[in-house]
Design a protein around this ligand. Structure first.
Ligand SMILES: NC(=O)C1=CN([C@@H]2O[C@H](COP(=O)(O)OP(=O)(O)OC[C@H]3O[C@@H](n4cnc5c(N)ncnc54)[C@H](OP(=O)(O)O)[C@@H]3O)[C@@H](O)[C@H]2O)[C@@H](O)CC1
Ligand SMILES: Nc1ncnc2c1ncn2[C@@H]1O[C@H](COP(=O)(O)OP(=O)(O)O)[C@@H](O)[C@H]1O
Length: 291
């Protein structure tokens, strides 16, 4: 597969002097469940540290007090839940309202999987004009909807790790996942009309035409919640007006750079996803010297 290799990482524009929180993007993150409130908080907090003007975290009603207590700077939206404390299919109306009121929406971190969640994700990908990041269990629910690429109208970014990629792949293709990561990501992007960030050492970002292979990051980032942080970063960059491919390239680069700064400070062994968020200010300042 031939794709143009992108080597330059995009940058955010300097902030206008009269900018305000409405200028820098409203984003909503649909995430979390009882037992995985942390995933929602990590994504929401990472979005704040990545420059979104307003961050809303929509989560299962029972998980909300925990999610809200973990960070005072985002607001929260309580969603109807099922008996296991996962967001239920009945939440779709509130989620569609949130989608129409925000510049970008993410769904997935810590959701769990269920028929109700599958129908929520399936409905979201069909929304014209929606800019949507799908991660974690959002991808696991999506992989059980084999006909979604033919129906999708939203601008979609998929951020699978190898386990999620395998599930997505077997849902769409009757063949094994190619061992070449760039080929796998490129074919997934072409078949689905999405931007794909195939995560791992040397994350590949592609829209099926262009490919970027990331050089930042380290094995210390193989730690619970690290990918939830990436979701928040990419969503915030989309909220600030970057196109899906550019936001994903910059997001993956900054996430790895923050992971490298965090590893310098506390070592790869002790590094946690929270440390990556704490290192985002330095990662942005190094790469955006004038902002
Ligand atoms: N604090 C919280 O609330 C947290 C909540 N979280 C939330 O949990 C949800 C489930 O996500 P998850 O990734 O833990 O489970 P899942 O999708 O079954 O994947 C595991 C499978 O994939 C594979 N695999 C993974 N990476 C691989 C790699 N690099 N290379 C190769 N294989 C790899 C792995 O294979 P194995 O190595 O075990 O053979 C295993 O089979 C999700 O919504 C997330 O947001 C988490 O973020 C944690 C913190
Ligand atoms: N060896 C590595 N080198 C660089 N980045 C890594 C490495 N291992 C993991 N990462 C990054 O850490 C993140 C892990 O995400 P993910 O597996 O989704 O974690 P979680 O589901 O726990 O949030 C990805 O962005 C991945 O690229």
């Amino acid at each position: 597969m031939r794709m143009d290799i992108v080597r330059e990482v995009p940058r955010l524009k300097p902030r206008p002097a009269d900018g305000h929180k409405g200028t820098f993007g409203k984003v909503c993150i649909v995430a979390g469940s009882v037992g995985m409130a942390g995933a929602a908080a990590l994504a929401g907090r990472a979005a704040l540290r990545s420059g979104a003007g307003l961050v809303r975290v929509a989560t299962a009603r029972s998980a909300l007090p925990t999610v809200a207590a973990l960070e005072p700077c985002y607001t929260t939206i309580a969603l109807p839940e099922d008996s296991a404390g996962r967001i239920s299919g009945k939440a779709i109306g509130v989620i569609l309202d949130a989608a129409s009121q925000n510049d970008a929406l993410a769904i997935g971190p810590g959701l769990g999987t269920s028929a109700g969640l599958r129908s929520v994700v399936g409905t979201l990908v069909q929304q014209d004009g929606l800019r949507l990041v799908i991660d974690g269990d959002g991808l696991n629910n999506l992989s059980r909807l084999p006909d979604w690429p033919g129906k999708h109208r939203a601008e979609v970014v998929l951020t699978p790790h190898p386990g999620e990629m395998k599930r997505l792949w077997s849902g769409l293709f009757r063949e094994a996942l190619p061992s070449d990561r760039q080929e796998a990501a490129g074919r997934m992007a072409q078949a689905t009309g999405s931007v794909v960030a195939f995560k791992g050492a040397g994350t590949v970002v592609t829209d099926g035409r262009r490919a970027y292979v990331n050089s930042t990051g380290n094995p210390g980032m193989g730690t619970a919640g690290s990918g939830d942080v990436l979701t928040g970063i990419i969503t915030a960059l989309m909220g600030q007006g970057l196109a899906c491919f550019e936001a994903t390239v910059l997001g993956v680069y900054i996430h790895g750079a923050a992971g490298d700064i965090a590893a310098d400070a506390c070592g790869q062994i002790s590094l946690t996803a929270t440390d990556i968020i704490e290192a985002l200010p330095e990662a942005f300042r190094k790469s955006h010297k004038r902002i």
